[in-house]
Design a protein around this ligand. Structure first.
Ligand SMILES: NC(=O)c1ccc[n+]([C@@H]2O[C@H](COP(=O)([O-])OP(=O)(O)OC[C@H]3O[C@@H](n4cnc5c(N)ncnc54)[C@H](OP(=O)(O)O)[C@@H]3O)[C@@H](O)[C@H]2O)c1
Length: 220
């Protein structure tokens, strides 16, 4: 196994967990799909051609753990995983109301910062929160542009690791800064939810930051 091959544990067998497992299954990384329930994890993983079962059984082996669970269940999910000290944790969650139409945390805090507080000895990276699971799962293409995955986090090495994983599935990684920037990435997720479900654009959209290819004209 090459040095760049990582063992990934994806926690949660819903839309995001399955989408990530499906995509990372096509890379050189080892992928485990973990659930609260061993049978659920095994069944979901089998459909996607990866290994799966109870999430706790894969924690010790995992280099990177993706949290693809509802934000309201983040704390119990982390408790259920056991010892995750030193691990790179990817927080995919958004703090949404039950109708998905608003955020429950914001301005001065975020789900990402909450996750880092709940797992103080782990290295949390916010990522994959502002890209629809359908975009990832269906491998939607957007012309010449690759979808972007926005990252935030306080551990530079873990962010580089996650950025590399993002590129392994063909996406661009955009480092937005420290974990405080999750305060801005979570509203971005709510924005695409509004566009998809309220404005009727559907989950075939994805946000990107464009950089001008020519400098702006001088104002002097
Ligand atoms: N859907 C999207 O397009 C999208 C995109 C970006 C980010 N997100 C965020 O990513 C997270 C997961 O979204 P999702 O759409 O994958 O959600 P989902 O389809 O509802 O799946 C969530 C999974 O979390 C696990 N889970 C753990 N504890 C749970 C509990 N007490 N109640 C219910 N489920 C529990 C379940 O997996 P097990 O039964 O296997 O434990 C469940 O399948 C959310 O925070 C969401 O805001 C969603």
């Amino acid at each position: 196994m090459s040095a760049s091959t990582l063992t990934l544990l994806i926690v949660g067998t819903g839309n995001v967990g399955r989408a990530l497992a499906k995509r990372f299954a096509k890379t050189s990384h080892r992928v485990f799909l973990g659930s609260r329930d061993d049978d659920t994890g095994r069944r979901a993983a089998k459909e996607l051609g990866v290994r799966g079962g109870a999430a706790t059984s894969f924690v010790a082996e995992a280099d990177v753990i993706f949290l693809a669970v509802p934000f309201v269940n983040l704390s119990e999910t982390l408790d259920g995983l056991g010892n995750i000290d030193g691990k790179t944790i990817v927080d995919c969650t958004n703090p949404l109301t039950s109708d998905y139409m608003q955020l429950t945390v914001g301005h001065s805090d975020s789900a990402g910062e909450t996750c880092q507080r709940l797992a103080p000895r782990s290295k949390v990276v916010k990522a994959f929160n502002a890209i629809f699971a359908e975009v990832v799962s269906a491998e939607m293409s957007f012309g010449a542009m690759a979808p972007q995955v926005f990252l935030a986090g306080d551990d530079a090495e873990s962010k580089l690791r996650v950025a590399s994983l993002v590129r392994d599935i063909g996406y661009d990684a955009v480092d937005t800064g420290g974990m405080e920037c999750a305060r801005y990435l979570e509203p971005l997720a709510e924005l695409i939810i509004q566009l998809a479900y309220v404005q009727g654009q559907g989950t075939v959209i994805t946000p990107v930051i464009l950089t001008a290819s020519s400098p702006p004209p001088s104002s002097h």
